[in-house]
Each structure stands twice: as structure tokens, then as C-alpha cells.
Design a protein around this ligand. Structure first.
Ligand code: UDP
Ligand code: MG
Length: 311
């Protein structure tokens, strides 16, 4: 058996409309490289015909492999499962919805061959809603500040990794994660290139507002304890200020005498601080919940069946 040079990894969740146009563009690019390759699709519990289509591709296209999940475990778990079964020297992740152009793959391979171990991409003219673009900006800036990493576009999943980085990722058993950030922690010479970005024209985004928030908690709390430290700091500052305020009221009591006005102002201030406290407890809860998930040691995902790996 010849060693595989390139592994393409694609998570699929209800993408029956995108799969054919994807294969029509991806396969010529990959097979035109003249290197050995495999394309691994993870079917992340799709409820449409995606799995049937993928099984057909295993027959039709040499090098196509499919992992079938037992349910929906999320995009990042789908990618991790494929990483564990991949064997390429270079591994490239790609979304199934053609928002990332497969034509950029040769350029990414070039960067790895130059000696970089992670090639990230920055979406030029990103074609998503204004809300998502603004939210991503905020996430990118705060994540860089909090983790000390340097990445311009955390969300773009068109990425290339050297085998060394993949081996490290495969040794991590964490049950919630964010792959671009995880890879960055193992990378010694990352680089980024600009790539085009297309609007999603087939099917719809699989991320609801809520799951986007969940995902960003994975990113923030999964890679940094700065949120906790900021909270401790905020607590200390508030206590100091409140001592000052109490002193001020104490002196005022002697100068003006007893006052009862301002009860509602007091309420407003109180609600504000209670809000902060609940927020803080929630934050701590995020970390505790993650620790709980880790200690339970349940499988992160369940693969029901694989296709095309036997050959
Ligand atoms: N995806 C997945 N499992 C999920 C959600 C998404 O495998 O639970 C896949 C999806 O099929 C697509 C990729 O992850 O290939 C990115 O999803 P999507 O395009 O919906 O995300 P967006 O581009 O809106 O961030
Ligand atoms: Mg998309």
C-alpha cells in the first residue's frame, strides 16, 4: 500500500444539495495534483439523503471514505473523528457548503511544503450576514487578547495542517473543543493566506444563534482562564469602591443627618451588582460544566459504521 500524501476532511450535516456541486469542483482539483489522496466525509447524523449520496461516492470515486456518526455530535467532533482515521502527510479541512473554494487547496499545500505546519485562511469579502461578521470581529479580537494567540479569522474552517500537528490533536481527548485554536497551540510556524469566500447558496447554515453562542463559549473558556481572572479583579475593584462609598455615607450622615430618599436609586445599583454576580456564577458554571463533562469520560462521539476504509 502506498502512503497517502493528502487527506481532505469534510463534516457533513444535512448537505444533500451541496454534495454534488462540491464533488464536481473538489475532485478534479484533488486528483489533478498527481499525489496520493483520500477524502474523508463524516456524516454527522444527517436526517436527509446525505449519507446515501456519500455511500454512492465511495463506489464511484476512488479515495472517498465515509464515517457514519450515530447522531449529531457537531462540526468539530466530526472533524476530530476524521483526523483520527486520516493518514495523509498533509490534512486539509473544508466545509461541505462550498463557502470555502476547493480551488485554494493547491496554494495551501504549497505553504505547508514551504515548512509551515498550520495554514489558516482569512476570508476575503466574507459573504455572511452583517451580524455574523461583526460578532466574528469581536470574537477574533477578544480571543487573541485572552489566549495570547495571533489569528485573524478563527471561524474559517478551510485550513491545512501538517501531520505532526494532527498527531498532537489526536492525543487530546477533550470533549468540547475548537479545532483552529487547538491546532494553534501545537503549531511552531503557522501562517495565514487570504482566500475567497462565497455566500451559502445551497441549503442553510447549521448554526442557530444559540449554537453560535455555545461554540464561542467553547473557544473562550476552552483556551483561557482570563475570564475568571477578570472576574476576580472586578470583585476586588468593587469591594474597594464600596469601602470608599461606605466611608462617604458615614461622613455624610454626620454632616447632613439621616436621609431616606433615594431608595429606588439604591435598587437600581443593587440590581446592577446582582446582575454582575449572576453573570459571574454563570461564567464559573461554564468551567465547572466542562470539568464535569471531562470527568464523566463518556465517548465524545460514536461512529456507527465506516465506508471505503477497507481498501
Ligand atoms: N456541520 C456538521 N455538524 C453540525 C453543524 C455543521 O457537520 O452540527 C457541518 C456542515 O455540514 C458544514 C460545516 O459543518 O459542512 C459548516 O457548517 P455551516 O456552513 O452550517 O456553518 P456556517 O458556515 O454557517 O458557519
Ligand atoms: Mg457555511
Amino acid at each position: 500500500m502506498t502512503a497517502i500524501y493528502l487527506s481532505i476532511v469534510i463534516p457533513v450535516y444535512n448537505e444533500e444539495k451541496s454534495l454534488k456541486p462540491l464533488m464536481d469542483r473538489l475532485y478534479p482539483v484533488v486528483s489533478g495534483l498527481g499525489r496520493t489522496f483520500e477524502i474523508i466525509f463524516t456524516n454527522d447524523g444527517s436526517k436527509d439523503r446525505s449519507l446515501d449520496i456519500l455511500k454512492l461516492y465511495v463506489q464511484q470515486y476512488p479515495g472517498v471514505r465515509v464515517l457514519e456518526f450515530n447522531g449529531n455530535f457537531g462540526q468539530h467532533m466530526a472533524i476530530l473523528a476524521a483526523f483520527e482515521r486520516s493518514s495523509g502527510e498533509i490534512v486539509i479541512t473544508l466545509d461541505a457548503d462550498l463557502q470555502n473554494p476547493p480551488e485554494e487547496i493547491p496554494r495551501m499545500i504549497e505553504e505547508i511544503e514551504k515548512g509551515h505546519d498550520v495554514v489558516g485562511t482569512i476570508r476575503e469579502n466574507r459573504q455572511d450576514s452583517l451580524f455574523r461578521r461583526v460578532a466574528s470581529k469581536i470574537v477574533n479580537i477578544t480571543t487573541n487578547k485572552m489566549t495570547g494567540m495571533q489569528m485573524s479569522d478563527y471561524g474559517c474552517m478551510l485550513r491545512a495542517y501538517h501531520r505532526n500537528v494532527i498527531n498532537n490533536i489526536n492525543q487530546c481527548g477533550e470533549s468540547t473543543t475548537f479545532i483552529p485554536a487547538l491546532a494553534q497551540t501545537f503549531s511552531s510556524s503557522p501562517t495565514e493566506i487570504m482566500v475567497g469566500h462565497a455566500e451559502r447558496t445551497l441549503g442553510e447554515s447549521k448554526y442557530s444563534f444559540y449554537s453560535l453562542i455555545r461554540l464561542n463559549f467553547d473557544l473562550m473558556t476552552g483556551f483561557s482562564v482570563v475570564p475568571l481572572q477578570l472576574f476576580a479583579l472586578l470583585g476586588i475593584i468593587t469591594s474597594f469602591l464600596s469601602v470608599g462609598f461606605a466611608l462617604f455615607l458615614f461622613i455624610r450622615r454626620f454632616m447632613i443627618g439621616a436621609e431616606v430618599e433615594g431608595v429606588f436609586t439604591l435598587f437600581a445599583i443593587l440590581f446592577f451588582f446582582i446582575g454582575i454576580v449572576i453573570f459571574g456564577i454563570g461564567f464559573v458554571g461554564e468551567y465547572v460544566g466542562r470539568i464535569y463533562q471531562e470527568v464523566r469520560k463518556r465517548p465524545r462521539y460514536v461512529v456507527r459504521k465506516t465506508y471505503g476504509f477497507e481498501e
